[in-house]
Each structure stands twice: as structure tokens, then as C-alpha cells.
Design a protein around this ligand. Structure first.
Ligand SMILES: *Cc1c(COP(=O)(O)O)cnc(C)c1O
Length: 370
């Protein structure tokens, strides 16, 4: 029996009537851009994130782009981020005319190392952008303590609903950054039936600016204070997400349970290192990512057994051809480069059956001969 890396059809089967009901209301209303469902979703995500404001937009990449624009980014400005992330993080920095400056990761969590991020700050830095990789929140609090005067944009595309306890207080993904950004790409823990994104903030001025930037830079139709974007969340996506949101917590709990099952099975392996979750964090396991020996061979073996898997991410961003102009060479960020060679993500989606989990475990153990 094949085990896919992700099975969105299994999820849809359980919620079909709720989702279709919400979607049909939008269809009958014939109001597709922004509007009431988007506002309802914004309120719900602000509540989940414990932030005062949430602003929907077209996708998670635009959420980063608009967030950067809220700080009046100009050519030559620098933004510090991780080289071990999805391309969009640094792509957005480039596309607003700024320069991505990378800082290496913590080999345990895969998230940017706060000391390295602080050390990469120069007089030209306008923001620091930690990424919450694979489902656990980056050390935003430690970064903030190190650079109290700079805005922090938290790329929380992979952590909606994840929490981190800071000084005894439970904080949520996006909450403690100046702006937190989410993606509703279908494979995220809360995924739409198409693209979608959102930004959260505690700052009213920033929220107003973001609302303006997403509609061509003008709050009043046909009058523009600045040049913005067409980056609106559409009502159909909001309807889908509103139907799915009440399930998010139980889905993320099911992912955690699956991760714990794998962890127990791989605990004694000398070839497989299970994910490290910072004790302050509750991960939502957008990915269950191992470090393994003979990674590429294992990947082939799993593929031959019909076990879905993927490498997130095989080439760190500082070594991407499009960023050659930044002048980084191999060896610049050893932990990111090492991670890129060792990581492998296994199926962890909530609807996985016990027999499927066992099949994945068996295939990994078979490869290492134990
Ligand atoms: C998915 C993702 C994005 C981009 O989101 P889109 O909605 O696909 O534009 C950005 N950063 C990270 C870390 C992601 O995982």
C-alpha cells in the first residue's frame, strides 16, 4: 500500500459538506473579492494569533512582500534572514529591492540562530526575518532582545496555531513579531483550495498601511497615496478557510501524535535523528523532518516502496544561482549546508492510519537493516 506524503483528499472527504456549504454562500452572493467572509476570517485569525489586527492578502509570499513595504524599504536596504527556508522568504526581500543577508541556523531546530542574526545586522538593516520552520516558532523573543530597535517580520507560513511559552506566557505564531505572515497554500496546516495569505500585527498604524498596500496603495477607490499591489484574499478562499479553521487544533494535535509515534520508533536508531522541539515550543509539525545518514539512498528506497517523502530544502538560498550576485560561497553557512544534505521529511498528515505509520517505519528500518 502506498503512503503519500500528504493526502488532501482524505481531509476533504471528512469536511466536504461544511466547506461546500460555505463556498456556495459566496457563490450565491456573487461577492468574490474581500468582503464579509474575509473580514470574518481576519477576525478569527487575529483571535487565534492573539494579535489586534489581521489583514488577508493573495498568498504567503505577498504577505512577506507587503510586510517589508510597510517599513519603507528602499534599494540597498538589508534584511537578515535564514538561508535554510522556502525560496519565497528571500525572493520577497529581493523583489522589494532590498538585499537578503543570511545568517546560519541552529542545527537542532533548523531555525535562524539569534546570535548569528544579531551579528549580521549592519547600519543598513531595516528588518530581521526569522522563519518558523517545519512547525515550530523561531526564537523571536531572543532575537528581539538582541536587536530591540529593529522590526521583526516572522515568516510563520508553516506555524499557524503553533505556540511558544515565553516567561510563563503562552504566545502564538506571529504574535510577538512586529508583523507575522501566514500562507494558506493547500499544503500548509490551514490550507485553502487555492492561494491565500495573511499578515498579523499589534500595531494599528502598520495594519492600516498593510490594508492600503494590498489594494494598490489607496484606501479610497481611485485615489492612491502610494503605489501598492493587487493582493487581495478572495471570498471563496476565506469561506473554505472559515470552514476548516475549527478543525485546525485537532489536525495539528493528530500530527503531533503521529510525530510522537515515529519518535518512539526511531529513538534508538544511530542512523536517524528525530526532530528536536525546543521545550518552550508546541510544534504543529507542518513537516516531520529527520536527519539521516545516506539520505539520497534512503530516499530512493522509500520511493521504491511507495512511501512519500521530500527534501525540504536541498539547496540553501545563499547557493542558489539567482543569488550569486550576493557573493556568498560554499562554506558560508555550514549548518544550513549540512542540513540540506541530511534532512528528509516523512508523511505526518492528520488522517494517516496506524497501518500507514507502521509501513513508513518498517521501510526506514528495513533500509538501515534493523
Ligand atoms: C509556503 C511558504 C511561503 C510562501 O507561501 P505562498 O502562499 O506559497 O506564497 C513562504 N515561506 C515559507 C517558509 C513557506 O513555507
Amino acid at each position: 500500500m502506498a503512503v503519500p506524503l500528504l493526502d488532501l483528499r482524505a481531509q476533504h472527504a471528512g469536511i466536504r459538506d461544511e466547506v461546500v456549504g460555505e463556498m456556495m454562500r459566496v457563490v450565491d452572493d456573487q461577492a468574490f473579492i474581500l468582503g464579509a467572509p474575509v473580514e470574518r476570517l481576519e477576525n478569527a485569525i487575529a483571535e487565534l494569533s492573539q494579535t489586534r489586527f489581521a489583514i488577508g492578502c493573495a498568498n504567503g509570499t505577498d504577505a512577506i512582500l507587503l510586510a517589508l513595504r510597510a517599513f519603507d524599504v528602499k534599494a540597498g536596504d538589508e534584511v537578515v534572514t535564514s538561508p535554510f527556508t522556502f525560496f519565497a522568504t528571500a525572493g520577497a526581500i529581493h523583489n522589494v529591492g532590498a538585499r537578503p543577508v543570511f545568517a546560519d541556523i541552529d542545527p537542532d531546530t533548523f531555525n535562524i540562530l539569534p546570535q548569528a542574526a544579531a551579528a549580521a545586522v549592519t547600519a543598513k538593516t531595516i528588518a530581521v526575518m526569522p522563519v518558523d520552520l517545519f512547525g515550530q516558532i523561531a526564537a523571536v523573543d531572543t532575537i528581539r532582545a538582541a536587536i530591540p530597535d529593529l522590526p521583526i517580520i516572522e515568516d510563520a507560513a508553516q506555524t499557524i496555531g503553533a505556540s511558544r511559552t515565553i516567561g510563563g506566557k503562552k504566545t502564538m505564531a506571529g504574535e510577538t513579531a512586529t508583523i507575522g505572515t501566514f500562507s494558506f497554500f493547500p499544503s500548509k496546516n490551514l490550507g485553502g483550495y487555492g492561494d491565500g495569505g495573511m499578515m498579523v500585527t499589534q500595531d494599528e498604524g502598520i495594519a492600516t498601511r498593510l490594508r492600503r498596500l494590498r489594494v494598490h496603495g489607496g484606501m479610497k477607490t481611485y485615489y492612491h497615496e502610494e503605489v501598492g499591489y493587487n493582493s487581495r484574499l478572495d471570498a471563496l478562499q476565506a469561506a473554505v478557510l472559515l470552514a476548516k479553521l475549527p478543525h485546525l487544533e485537532s489536525w495539528s494535535a493528530a500530527r503531533r501524535k503521529n510525530a510522537e509515534y515515529y519518535n518512539a520508533a526511531f529513538a534508538d536508531s544511530s542512523d536517524v535523528r528525530i526532530p528536536f522541539i525546543d521545550p518552550a515550543n508546541v510544534s504543529i509539525y507542518n513537516q516531520y523532518t529527520l536527519r539521516v545518514t545516506r539520505r539520497d539512498e534512503l530516499q530512493q528506497h522509500l520511493k521504491s516502496r511507495g512511501i512519500g517523502n521530500s527534501v525540504y530544502y536541498p539547496l540553501p538560498l545563499h547557493l542558489q544561482p539567482c543569488f550569486a550576485y550576493l557573493g556568498y560561497s560554499e562554506g558560508a553557512f555550514p549548518e544550513s549546508e549540512k542540513a540540506a544534505l541530511e534532512v528528509l521529511s516523512l508523511p505526518v498528515y492528520p488522517e494517516l492510519q496506524q497501518s500507514q505509520l507502521d509501513e513508513v517505519i518498517e521501510a526506514v528500518k528495513e533500509f538501515y537493516g534493523n
